[in-house]
Design a protein around this ligand. Structure first.
Ligand code: AMP
Ligand code: GLY
Length: 441
């Protein structure tokens, strides 16, 4: 089969890498790709957010499957255009992508489907925001209702800061979702969906803040590891039974079936498992770690999902190893990242045992040298027999990467490796399905 992968980042590089390892995949193309993807497969310089351009490329290349990586093309309707061209696509329709594009919509679906999540209110002006903040109390959680690449969320004990974030969203005509604070370790679970059936991948943990010990502003994600030795037994089944399957059923009931990855961001709180957010695509950088362990051929699996045939797909097989991904970001990320710097040492990283480099924000300059071209530049991904070994290998790799001003966290997977992660509740007794109430005007 021939596959076209849409997107420019590390997630897409990881997807391309896994597709090439599938014996049923004969050819892979990418658009727009990056320097790492370009070393593996032909890339096409189109606007990946333009539905017609993607559908035209897929048709021209006569691919059997299109895999859409990022949220922006999904929210723009790329999947709809490809599907309309008669080509199977792994990625939700524009309507179904609202589960990520609008946090308020996601909350409504969760309420309908009985999915346990944080109590929340929608606010569209300062008065409503203040009222909602005082209802839930500190720490305050204020989320931009629209797409913000993981950066539209402010969690703070400072009420003024919370209000100020809400105001910046109102100023551009937006609204916010204000929530109760969920306390407890966070988990990312990717659930493959075909419109009816669901298959969960192995859970991972992401590190959202820029600095060690979860300090500094939120980013797209600075590292990840998988599997989670400390996660309660039965967590994945709970996610399927209480979250993913009810959501997929509800989306089908609404006439907007969900095909693609339902990315369930969870908090394991004292009161049970709660959904923090839905995304409608693979997580980045969790995918770099998760796919490093997946032994099941990826192309066949994603094609089965795209065709509504996940129930016929083979059971997933996983490596026994642990995978760690450590992101190297450019200077000043997540603010205004500095770009255009030479990146050296990557060949040496790839030579390390169990280690490979996944490119994210990279490109080739006029001389054909790899330079930084984005905030998150690359990830060093390592497999090891346990988390301690995988971390050692990943950081050995990171040390070899030369990028001026490059930043990375030194504590990816460290707490877990030291056995320091505590889960308050392991009984899965998440009962608090709480509807969204629109703030009083
Ligand atoms: P989101 O874009 O909804 O994933 O939020 C980004 C990050 O903000 C999450 O990964 C959490 O670390 C944090 N966050 C979001 N919602 C909550 C909440 N209700 N309670 C605590 N932390 C939250
Ligand atoms: N790493 C979290 C995300 O992809 O949104």
């Amino acid at each position: 089969m021939k596959v076209l992968v849409i997107g420019p980042g590390g997630r897409e590089h990881a997807i391309v890498r896994s597709l090439l390892a599938d014996p049923n995949v004969s050819e892979v193309h990418a658009a727009p790709g990056n320097a790492g993807i370009g070393k593996l497969v032909p890339t096409h310089a189109i606007d990946a957010n333009d539905p017609d351009a993607v559908a035209a490329l897929a048709t021209k290349l006569t691919v059997d499957l299109v895999v859409v990586g990022p949220e922006a093309p999904l929210a723009a309707g790329v999947s709809d255009a490809v599907r309309a061209a008669g080509i199977p696509v792994f990625g939700p329709s524009k309507a179904a992508a609202q589960l990520e594009a609008s946090k308020a919509f996601a909350k409504q679906v969760m309420a309908e489907a009985g999915v346990p999540t944080a109590m929340a209110r929608v606010a569209s002006n300062a008065e409503e925001a203040a009222d909602a903040l005082d209802t839930f109390g500190a720490p305050y959680v204020v989320k931009d209702d629209g797409l913000a690449a993981g950066k539209g969320v402010v969690v703070t004990k400072n009420r003024d800061e919370a209000l100020a974030h809400a105001q910046t969203c109102f100023d551009v005509g937006g609204s916010v979702v204000i929530e109760e604070f969920l306390d407890g370790p966070e988990v990312s679970v990717f659930v493959l969906c075909d419109g009816r059936n669901t298959v969960a991948l192995s859970p991972a943990q992401d590190f959202k803040r820029i600095f060690d010990n979860d300090e500094g502003p939120n980013t797209g994600g600075m590292g990840a590891y998988t599997p989670l030795e400390w996660a309660p037994e039965g967590l994945v089944q709970e996610v399927i039974d209480r979250v993913a399957q009810p959501t997929v059923n509800e989306m089908a009931r609404r006439g907007t079936p969900f095909v693609g990855v339902l990315f369930v961001g969870l908090a394991l709180t004292k009161r049970g498992t709660r959904v923090i957010e839905f995304n409608v695509r693979f997580g980045d950088p969790e995918t770099q770690a998760v796919l490093a362990r997946l032994k099941t051929p990826l192309g066949s699996l994603l094609l089965a999902a795209a065709k509504g045939e996940l129930d016929k797909a083979e059971e997933l097989r996983w490596s026994k190893d642990t995978a760690v991904a450590v992101v190297v970001a450019s200077e000043n990320y997540p603010d205004t990242p500095r770009t255009g710097d030479r990146i050296r040492g990557l060949k040496k990283v790839d030579e390390l045992e169990g280690v490979h480099v996944i490119h994210a924000g990279t490109k080739l300059d006029e001389e054909g040298k790899v330079v930084s071209a984005g905030g998150r530049v690359l990830a060093v991904v390592a497999l090891g027999t346990d988390l301690v070994e995988a971390r050692e290998r990943a950081y050995d790799g990171v040390e070899l990467v030369q990028l001026e001003g490059g930043q990375f966290r030194t504590d990816i997977g460290r707490k877990a490796a030291r056995g320091e992660i505590k889960v308050a509740s392991t009984n899965g007794s998440a009962t608090g399905t709480l509807p969204v109430t629109k703030a009083k005007a």
